[in-house]
Every structure is written in structure tokens, then in C-alpha cells.
Design a protein. Structure first.
Length: 312
């Protein structure tokens, strides 16, 4: 009889809490017991199977792996998309736009770098009812055939969708020499742009690699001397033109003396730093970005996520 009494009591507590939505304090008052007892009963309901929690579509999602990697990598959050037929960057873009919509707050300043995944992000972005948003370039532009992957296009398109104030750099990422860069940086216009970059509350960046697919390598924007230094120092990837090795250590090659991009110290101070990327050619770059704490949120695909568990 004692067990039946307990079951009746446990069932009623569970009904009040899970079905009606009463607080533990309200249940304690209603049933003349302490709040601690209500809490213990609710735990017992889960342990004994009186209450079973079912997460809808759990098996189709990657929640368990996401939580495992968040702990393993020390990330705030990781979003994993399933590998499907078609362009993977489109799926990454959908996931990234959904995540961005969730985290954006009024008065946020959002900085974008460049890349196909970020282009797909803005193509899937929906209007958000937040006030006083600003979007800014974190890097200059590239004279590339695919203009839709440039940071200026991404900022322009996202500002239209979010009804945000755009901040453009109107300059290339890489200049011919340090003197030209230093001269431009003395101009009040560029100082103002840099101040906006440094004030960012959210950064959304692509994770570049050192493979032959990399735009910087492919288009030979990096000088032979700079490339040799990066190769010698085992560079695996870059974020906003800042190259690093697989341990996340920044490599000084001289390249950043002639680039227009947010400096790495200011970048790391941005509270929310979202890295988007996947693929075997980017695996080492993603690992280095995580180890260097350049990103604290990662959006990637299932194959890359599984591979990360083996090398971190």
C-alpha cells in the first residue's frame, strides 16, 4: 500500500508540474510539503519511469554529438548539419542564419568576413525585429569573380534584410605594401571603420585553409616570401587573414603589415565569435581555430564533426 500511495503522490506532483505547468513552490503549498520534497519527487518520477521525456526527432538530430564536442572543444555551442546531396555551404548557411536570428539582440554590431558559407547565410537570412543594428566588414574586399562571396556584398545584403546600418571599408583586403596600408589607416574614414569593427558584439567568419582551394593561395594574393614563411611555420588556416598553426598560434609572416582587416587582439575581444566551415581540407584549420580560441561557436557538418573528435 505504501508503494501505491507513493505512486499516487508522485503521479499527482508530476501532473501538476509537467501537464498544468505549476511551479515547484506552488505544488509545495498546494500539497502541504516542502519545495525540496517536490524537487526530490520530480527526480524520482524520472528515475522510476513515471515520467518519460521524449525529445521529438532526437534521432534525426545531432544533439548528443554537439554536446559532446562542446565539452571536448570548450565551445559555447556547436551546430552540426547532416551531410546531404547538394552544395554543403547552402546547408551551413541555413543553419548559420537560423542561429544568428536566435542570438541577435537590439543594438548589436555584427561583423562579417567573407566566403561561400557566409554568402549562403545572408541568402537564407530573414528579417528580425530588432532595433538599432549595425553590420560591418571585418576585412576588405577581394577582386574576385564571385563578388557574392565578398565581405562588402555580405554586409550590404544583410543590412537590407535586417534593416541595419551598414559599415563598408571600400578597400581591398591586401594592399601592395605596409606604407600604403599605414597611410590609409591615418585617414579618419578608415579609423572610423576600425572603431566600428572593434565595437562588434558578434563576429561571423569563414575559416580559411592552406589548400589549393584557398582564394589567397589560388589567386596568389600572398607573396612567395610570405607563403614560404607560412609553409615553414606549418600554417593550417586563417581567420580574417590572421594565419595560425594547428595549435592555434598566430604566425607572423609580414602579411598582416599590408592587410586591411580587424587586428587579432580586437577580434578575440568580440563576445560571440561564430566560425562557419567544413570539409577535410578545413579540418586542421578548424582545429587550430578552436585551440586558439578564435571562435567560441562552430557551425559545421557531420563528417567534419566526427573527424574533430579524433584529432582534438
Amino acid at each position: 500500500m505504501q508503494n501505491i500511495k507513493h505512486i499516487d503522490e508522485y503521479t499527482k506532483v508530476a501532473y501538476y508540474y509537467y501537464k498544468i505547468g505549476m511551479t515547484q513552490d506552488d505544488i509545495a503549498k498546494k500539497m502541504s510539503m516542502s519545495r525540496q520534497r517536490v524537487n526530490r519527487i520530480l527526480k524520482k518520477c524520472l528515475e522510476t519511469g513515471i515520467v518519460k521525456i521524449v525529445i521529438q526527432d532526437y534521432e534525426q538530430q545531432n544533439v548528443e554529438l554537439e554536446v559532446q564536442l562542446e565539452t571536448l572543444l570548450g565551445l559555447n555551442e556547436i551546430i552540426i548539419v547532416n551531410n546531404q546531396e547538394g552544395e554543403i555551404n547552402n546547408y551551413l548557411g541555413v543553419a548559420a542564419s537560423s542561429y544568428l536570428k536566435r542570438v541577435i539582440k537590439t543594438n548589436d554590431i555584427i561583423g562579417f568576413s567573407r566566403g561561400r558559407a557566409l554568402s549562403a547565410l545572408v541568402n537564407n537570412l530573414l528579417p528580425i525585429e530588432k532595433l538599432n543594428l549595425t553590420v560591418t566588414q571585418l576585412v576588405g574586399g577581394l577582386n574576385a569573380e564571385e563578388t557574392n562571396i565578398n565581405s562588402d556584398y555580405i554586409v550590404r545584403r544583410s543590412s537590407e534584410i535586417l534593416n541595419a546600418k551598414p559599415c563598408f571599408m571600400y578597400a581591398p583586403i591586401i594592399l601592395e605594401n605596409k606604407e600604403l596600408r599605414d597611410s590609409l589607416m591615418k585617414e579618419s574614414f578608415f579609423s572610423s571603420v576600425y572603431n566600428t569593427m572593434k565595437a562588434c558584439t558578434i563576429a561571423v567568419v569563414g575559416i580559411g585553409d592552406m589548400s589549393s582551394k584557398s582564394s589567397f593561395v589560388q589567386k596568389k594574393y600572398i607573396s612567395t616570401e610570405e607563403y614560404n614563411i607560412l609553409h615553414k611555420e606549418n600554417a593550417v588556416g586563417e581567420i580574417c587573414t590572421h594565419y595560425f598553426n594547428i595549435n592555434g598560434s598566430i604566425i607572423e609572416s609580414g602579411l598582416n603589415d599590408r592587410v586591411l582587416a580587424i587586428d587579432i587582439d580586437s577580434f578575440i575581444k568580440i563576445p560571440l565569435r561564430i566560425g562557419v566551415g567544413c570539409g577535410p581540407e578545413k579540418l586542421s584549420a578548424i582545429a587550430g581555430a578552436v585551440r586558439g580560441k578564435f571562435i567560441n561557436v562552430l557551425i559545421t557538418d557531420l563528417e567534419t564533426a566526427n573527424s574533430l573528435t579524433k584529432i582534438i
